[in-house]
Design a protein around this ligand. Structure first.
Ligand code: 5GP
Ligand code: ZN
Length: 115
């Protein structure tokens, strides 16, 4: 389950420090180190998978666990009325950490289309 070369596996294991905001059996949520909005929380599966879409194919319960925890975080942060849920899927979409994650962004207005 744990990939020794993966930053977010290190966060799940507690070997890399993070500001954790929530956790379930399947997923963990912590604040992004470089926030792009007043609320910017990363929600990750505890199980390693490079992308959320690959996780959904192999372990759908874990992928649903990420989405469920993302909405719980948005509720707890007071932004459930309107927030951006972002999955950068692949290098061309600016994914930089290849352990599946969803960004929960809230607390400001957002533009569309995204950059
Ligand atoms: P991606 O670009 O892969 O969609 O998102 C990766 C996110 O992880 C970025 O928003 C980046 O700021 C965040 N990040 C990178 N390294 C760390 C870290 O060590 N701790 C935390 N909390 N966030 C990180
Ligand atoms: Zn990992």
């Amino acid at each position: 389950m744990n990939n020794p070369d993966c930053l977010f596996c290190g966060i799940v294991a507690g070997e890399v420090p993070s500001e954790k905001v929530a956790e379930t059996d399947l997923a963990m949520a912590f604040r992004d180190i470089n926030p792009q909005a007043p609320t910017h929380v990363l929600v990750i599966p505890k199980r390693h998978s490079p992308t959320l879409t690959e996780l959904a194919g192999a372990h759908p319960d874990a992928a649903v666990g990420v989405l469920t925890l993302a909405h719980q975080v948005a509720t707890d942060e007071g932004v459930a009325g309107g927030y951006r849920l972002v999955c950068n899927n692949g290098a061309r979409a600016q994914q930089s950490v290849f352990h599946a994650h969803a960004h929960v962004l809230g607390g400001r207005d957002f533009a569309w289309p995204p950059g």
